[in-house]
Design a binder for this molecule. Sequence first.
Ligand code: NDP
Length: 472
Amino acid sequence: MNGKWAGSPETFNLVNPASGEIIGRVPRAGEEDVKQAVEAARKAFESTVWHEMEQTKRGKILMQIATLMREHFDEISKLETLNQGKPVRESKADVAWAIRAFEYWGGAADKIQGETIPVTSNRVTYTLREPLGVTAHIIPWNYPLALATRSLAPALAAGNTVVAKPAELTPLTLLRTAEFAQKSGLPDGVLNVITGSGAVAGRALVSNPDVDGITFTGSTDTGTQIMATAAKNVTPVLLELGGKNPNIIFPDADHKRALQMAKYAIFTNAGQMCLAGSRLFLHEAIYEKFLDELRLQTEQMKIGPGIDEKTELGPMVSRAQRESVLGYIRSGIEDGARLLTGDEPPADPPLRNGFFLKPTIFTDVTSDMKIGSEEIFGPVLTVFRFSEVEDVLRLANETKFGLYAGVWTNDLKVANRLVRGLQVGVVAVNDYLIAYPQTPFGGYKDSGIGYESGMQAINHYTRIKSVTINTS
Ligand code: NDP
């Protein structure tokens, strides 16, 4: 906070999800700490030290953060795995993504510009893009560093000063990144990170009237509450919420790749992904064969601590998250879905203290079942069968969510029909888990408001001033 370690003497423990062991302790921010963090950000904004810095120089500082992160690549990747649980090769991909995001926005900082608008010959009319001021960032625990960077980098590039609250469970990599930011020349007070709970610190941050913009990634329920709070202060929100994403496979698709990606689409990060391909739609012509092979490959996945390079499926982030997923599994069985594989914590003694869960597949799922309609956020795949393009389109859209979809076919007509008909913000054709720092990412329906990543993100982090000069 304001360039210094600070905060409440009260602390809370951080746990390694692979072993249940305590790995660290951080301050539990209370309402007063949050107030001070917002004040520090406000002071830094008003000093103009950041938003009136030459834009190219601002960009260079963001680039330098990326450079320091690259120099500490293995260290940050391991830290992410120890704190969040995911396999370290996934953490490496996340850290690489975060570095790219700082580079992208470092390069973009001097390209955030207005436009000139022709009106009459004696008037010059143009727009200025100005930063919002102090922006608040509420970050979830599933991609602690990548999702923090996804919103912080554009906010900083645009000249805002920021207060970020990582999830209580997973603050470590963002705290480390804040150290790199300071070493890179980011002025004090421009980036403030507060550790604490959503119920206290998160709530205090989003309801602070001195916050000019809010970015939230997390559950639809919390997002809805935050939007209601923000409405009281007329604060703009960017919400990236949940998904119940369809992954649709036609018989003419590249079978091997579709199979491999169907597995990764749901079991990467133990399924704790907003873009998880959690509803798999298989065409009837390939249904039995595809499912047999998928079950076999799923049962062969190596489950273990994420820090082991050979691990394919790490633990879930917390005991509570595993309990929540086990509840969904029980409801699937009660509702009459067929359990093809999985459903329980692995019995091996070395894994007993961690929050592991076997990868699970249900068939005979319908959209009115809890497991067919709600975001499970765990390694649980629900499988549906279809025969006609129009039927799968209707089924895929039969959800309140609209974040992401995968379509596997080489038939351009079919692909085009689905791309245009799917009510989602992002579609991958013959691919899955694709999201670059330069491509817009956001949801339709209950999956969110606004777009992260790509130059579109700048719409949330700036406001437009319309200027007319009469020259007559
Ligand atoms: P939340 O949406 O509650 O948490 C996400 C972030 O919001 C965390 O930083 C949390 O802090 C914070 N938060 C919680 N309550 C408030 C509040 N009132 N005001 C401000 N910030 C708040 O998700 P959970 O961790 O409870 O997970 C529950 C479910 O949400 C998951 O099972 C999953 O379905 C979904 N989820 C979806 C994500 C996505 O990317 N789509 C990401 C995470 C969860 P803290 O954790 O410190 O309490």
